[in-house]
Design a protein around this ligand. Structure first.
Ligand code: UD1
Length: 365
């Protein structure tokens, strides 16, 4: 029996682990154990996703919660060390680039436990992003590196990672998008919010570089104030962004926008439905750049760089930073019917998790 710990911590992890967990149930000789660090803990940031993605309750919940980077990483490491000691897994799987990903990888590496990193090799080349540090640390420690796009192969090769550890398998997050597309379509969210398909822009925002600095946040609000004059804006707000709006006393400017709907964070299925029928998406998320590329929805990314360059090279994504004028100009292009057209990247076909589990089953002793 091969015992594998599937590790999740934060919202963008759940839709990546779900197809892996599902693919493992087809193998009698694999025992998956689902571990949730508790990095995200609000009902709307965590439990809702377990329900929507049909994930089982975590077998192990570490309840670490929010803290500074060092404290949060340390708390995850201390708790996860005990998990490895008790469970003695053959392998841990970590996904994405959040603090839980790097923290659990460090623990496993020091306890001589094999690590598989799903979504390996992505690089923004911007070390001011906490996720870039997490990616570098996790990749250097991993035994299996599962890559979503060709740039990942080049990055890992340049960093001297041995070829035999690296596997180009496609994207498990797109597996979830495909698997749940018909269920998401049944979501009532458009009707509930009185929205017409193609007649609203969807906004998400949470990167520290955008929301933790008042002057940067204001540049984005300046742009939204212009855009909402032409199209309704739907803005499900991340807890970090909400906290910062309060701290910087920006509530009155947000409330004054008649055509902007501020919502609580949404579940997976409602968000998929909203994204699929949006005229455009404005975001600073990593995963949303990829989901919009798959769906062919114009994506305006409010960042200077991306670790997911395929979405710009072949997809619908454009990078605009937090420059008010550039954000407005790109939104205007979409409104004028001149949105960038894109294609679906190689191997984003809904079968990445199956490829991953097959490789693991073949290669683990
Ligand atoms: C984390 C990830 C980021 C990912 C994002 C998706 C790291 C370094 N960052 O950022 O890569 O894109 O998740 O959401 O791992 N909070 C709540 N409820 C929660 C969780 C957080 O209110 O359930 C609040 C807390 O005040 C917390 C703040 O949000 O301090 C930030 O949470 P944290 O997990 O530190 O980082 P995120 O910004 O969510």
């Amino acid at each position: 029996m091969i015992k594998i710990l599937n590790v999740v911590g934060a919202r963008p992890n759940f839709m990546k682990i779900a197809p892996i967990q599902r693919a493992m149930t087809k193998y009698d000789n694999i025992k998956p154990v689902l571990v949730h660090t508790g990095q995200h803990y609000d009902e709307r940031m965590s439990k809702l996703f377990f329900r929507d993605l049909q994930l089982p309750r975590p077998d192990i919940y570490l309840n670490v919660g929010s803290a500074s980077h060092a404290v949060q990483t340390a708390k995850i490491m201390m708790a996860f060390e005990q998990v490895i000691e008790q469970e003695k897994p053959d392998l841990i799987i970590v996904v994405g680039d959040v603090n839980s990903t790097a923290a659990c990888s460090m623990v496993a590496a020091k306890m001589n436990t094999k690590i598989a990193h799903v979504e390996a090799g992505l690089r923004s080349f911007d070390r001011s992003m906490p996720e870039e540090i997490n990616r570098l640390v996790t990749d250097v420690l991993s035994d299996f590196l599962f890559v979503t796009e060709k740039s990942g192969l080049e990055n890992l090769n340049r960093e001297g990672i041995a070829d035999h550890k690296v596997h180009f398998v496609g994207h498990v997050m797109i597996d979830s998008l495909i698997h749940f597309s018909s269920i998401a379509e049944k979501s009532e969210i458009l009707r509930q919010l009185n929205l017409t398909p193609g007649e609203y822009a969807l906004v998400t925002l949470h990167r520290p570089a955008n929301v933790d600095h008042k002057e940067n946040f204001i540049r984005l609000i300046d742009a939204f104030e212009v855009i909402e004059k032409q199209i309704k804006i739907v803005f499900p707000i991340h807890p970090r962004a909400r906290k910062m709006i309060e701290r910087f006393e920006l509530e009155s400017r947000i409330e004054a926008m008649q055509n902007l709907m501020l919502l609580e964070p949404l579940g997976y299925l409602d968000f998929m439905k909203l994204m699929h029928h949006a005229k455009m998406v404005l975001t600073d998320s990593g995963g949303i750049q990829e989901e919009t590329t798959y769906l062919g929805i114009p994506c305006i990314t409010m960042r200077e760089n991306t670790e997911r360059p395929i979405t710009v090279e072949v997809g619908t994504n454009v990078l605009v930073g937090n420059n008010t004028g550039r954000i407005i100009a790109e939104a205007q292009k979409v409104l004028d019917g001149k949105a960038k057209k894109g294609q679906i990247p190689e191997l984003w076909d809904g079968k990445a998790a199956e490829r991953i589990v097959k490789i693991l089953e073949n290669e683990l002793p």
